[in-house]
Design a protein around this ligand. Sequence first.
Ligand code: C5P
Length: 398
Amino acid sequence: MLTSKRILLIIGGGIAAFKSLDLIRRLRDQGATVVPVLTRAAEEFVTPLSASALSAEKVYRDLFDLTDEAEMGHIELSRDADLLVVAPATADLMAKMSAGLANDLASTLLLATDKPVMIVPAMNVRMWEHPATQRNLAQLQADGIAVIGPDEGPMACGEFGPGRMAEVPEIVTAVTAALTDGPLKGKHIIVTSGPTHEPIDPVRYIANRSSGRQGAAIAAALRDLGADVTYVSGPAEVPPPAGVTVHMIETAREMLSAVKTALPADAAVFAAAVADWHVENASDSKIKKTIGGMPALEFAENPDILKTVSMLHDGRPDLVVGFAAETDDVIANATAKRARKGCDWILANDVSPETGIMGGSENKVSLVTSDGVEDWPRMGKDETARQLALRIAKALGI
Ligand code: C5P
């Protein structure tokens, strides 16, 4: 609930502005006070009267309004709220924010505030993908501004791709997460991450290219929503995030044992790239080069951690999420994997070398659930993690 929380909602001038009227209602349903600010362009899409009627508050529009300044100056207005939300955040507003311009009421409030700021971008797909917008986005994220969405799908302009404003319930969950103790407070979530190392002898092992970046980001995002996170990681490039319980392991068998020890949990996210096999005849001493050539390695199957936990009769987490790193037929394989492993969700991604996803900082995933397949736009692994954490919060009924 958002009782006694005050939100300054800056509505930018885009076709998605109509959704912001619904956002006002939904935030008020949660008990929040919503004070709307309309840019000039926003008034082409929604009227100040509808924003005022829905919010039951005065609507602010003009930097140089003498009455407004006498009642509450713009500096005070920018600091009176607990959170500033910009929805829709147009390409123009993002550019102004990233450059620190203050040439109208909205941009001035955003520059003058000392409160957290969240933006919900919405624009044409080409505008979103333009290097200038992506540069501004990176700057805003570096400045500590939370970014929600955008979603991918058909757009009002007839094109298809990332740029649609996030849906209202998702924005409400993000606002709630930002303004309350954390929707996952009191929930225990296990996250596996990184590669496994399967020894051949004391100095050699079989590994894979997983960096652990996505798993670490998921653990951090869940922690940020208040969850009590157990992070079970193989030898990853990326260090474990702060503020989580860490179990470092090497092999798949050790990973399973650490996961079992960490149960019970409300949810489990298996982001690790676990080796399917281990060397059954691994040597206790270093294998020497012999004239006979390379010794034959014998392999035995590793336990499937995701499947084992998904199939538990007693103590199965309410939500089990697996990953499917594929190079071909990504969705078909992920859908089959979801059924085979018995997990609730699969996050599928294409890890073909040309995507740069394996070991890179970006991800493009599809979420496969019992309701079907949702394609998420390509975004930073941190943002993918945040979106997933919000979805987990929603699935756990918060
Ligand atoms: O079967 P595959 O390795 O493609 O499945 C990928 C998913 O299963 C990932 O979520 C991974 O963490 C998990 N997995 C596991 N234990 C294994 C193999 C995979 O938990 N032995």
